[in-house]
Design a protein around this ligand. Structure first.
Ligand SMILES: Nc1nc2c(ncn2[C@@H]2O[C@H](COP(=O)(O)OP(=O)(O)OP(=O)(O)O)[C@@H](O)[C@H]2O)c(=O)[nH]1
Ligand SMILES: [Zn+2]
Length: 384
């Protein structure tokens, strides 16, 4: 029960409200964007308001009903895809990092999903020729792509200019977002807050403690497993481990994640202290569904990097600064980093955590992952 004086320091501290008279129950732009992600995942359109308002629908979750409704609105809907996906489709990315493919007037969900999803590229290579929009402002299209990506969907979204967007959104109960307010929020990572920590005796060390960190933007929580009580004044043995459900939990032989996770914990256990960050960046930041799409492409003969590109992603969509934020919040400023990935070292240093030493972590090679590890060395700069 709230017993604090309204506007008292304690009340404001607990609620985060700066001035209760200005307090509002309405969601702020970060919260609205989180709602928009949930809407897009379910196939519900969202609206960007601004000088040139648009309606946005994720390609992956598009239904035939919504597509025919959208085509009935008239105008010139486009399918925004990343330049990576456009490269495979031989579509022209006039806007630098993205292309705006014009939707044919008789477009079907199959057509839209065929452009967005490379699953059938080999069976059905001629998807074009595709006409792409040129000129005009593609800011909303870029924001739409960022939004569907952060919703862990395929990076493709239908965007339609909608002059009467505010009225349309109100009539249909759609989430509206101010484009100019959304851009800076989409461009930064949300701050992480410690939620709780508790003792966790583990096989690798009985002196374990699990810390939970939660972002403000409704995104994934991340974890830190502290082993022993590391001296904050010295570089701590640390591992930034990205979630791999298949490797960590199922013992998949397609990668080296499971053995790396267990070897890192074992080393921390034997040294008596360390910190393992378990970052929920499944599939190098594209989510498990998209990683499985990438696996399916790998079964068609593409390597791990090519598969990501064909899907429209960069090779690695992770932001390791999440790791440095957590380390700093736990009081660490220097690490002995267990990794073979020089990008992790660079990103740590760039975000203010000193890497006193890189400690190699080579375990778990087998006949199923030799080619995968070789590709990471050849194309992503991993050290052998
Ligand atoms: N997209 C994609 N992700 C993959 C694939 N195989 C493994 N992953 C993901 O790659 C990540 C592996 O992360 P890490 O082991 O932390 O990182 P790393 O870049 O290999 O670097 P180090 O292990 O520290 O040397 C996990 O998120 C896995 O889910 C793949 O074929 N495609
Ligand atoms: Zn893995």
């Amino acid at each position: 029960m709230f017993q604090f004086q309204r506007n008292s320091l304690k009340y404001r501290k607990i609620t985060g409200v700066k001035d209760y008279k200005k307090m509002t129950f309405s969601p702020d732009i970060t919260e609205q964007l989180a709602r928009a992600r949930a809407d897009l995942r379910m196939g519900v359109p969202v609206v960007f308001l601004g000088d040139a308002p648009v309606l946005v629908i994720a390609a992956e979750t598009l239904t035939p009903q919504r597509l025919s409704g959208l085509l009935a609105l008239g105008g010139e809907p486009v399918l925004a895809i990343t330049a990576r996906r456009a490269e495979t489709l031989k579509a022209r990315a006039y806007d630098g990092t993205l292309a705006r493919v014009l939707l044919p007037s008789d477009a079907t969900t199959r057509w839209v999903q065929g452009v967005a999803d490379p699953a059938d590229d080999l069976r059905n290579p001629m998807k074009g020729p595709m006409k792409c929009a040129r000129g005009g402002d593609a800011t909303a299209h870029g924001a739409a792509l960022q939004l569907v990506k952060s919703a862990r969907l395929l990076p493709a979204a239908i965007v339609l200019d909608l002059p009467n967007a505010a009225k349309f959104a109100a009539e249909h109960g759609l989430t509206t977002l101010l484009l100019q307010a959304s851009l800076p929020v989409l461009a930064v990572r949300s701050p992480l807050h410690p939620v709780v920590n508790a003792r966790l005796p583990m096989e690798a060390s009985e002196a374990g403690r699990l810390h939970i960190f939660r972002p403000d933007d409704g995104g994934e929580e991340h974890y830190a497993i502290e082993v022993g009580r590391p001296d904050r004044a010295k570089p701590v043995l640390a591992r930034l481990h990205s979630a791999c459900f298949t490797g960590d939990v199922m013992g998949s032989l397609k990668c080296d994640c499971g053995p790396q996770l267990h070897a890192a914990l074992a080393q921390m256990g034997s040294e008596g202290h360390g910190v393992l960050l378990y970052l929920n960046q499944e599939g190098r930041g594209i989510g498990l569904a998209n990683k499985m799409r990438a696996y399916s492409l790998q079964d068609q003969g593409f390597d791990t990097v090519e598969a990501n590109h064909r899907l429209g992603f960069e090779d690695d969509e992770r932001d390791f600064r999440i790791g440095s934020d957590i380390l700093k919040s736990l009081g660490f400023s220097a690490v002995r980093l267990l990794t073979n990935n020089p990008r992790k070292v660079e990103m740590m240093e760039a975000s203010g955590v000193k890497v006193a030493e890189r400690v190699g972590l080579k375990v778990g090679e087998n006949r199923h992952n030799t080619a995968y590890l070789a590709t990471k060395a050849a194309k992503s700069g991993h050290l052998l």
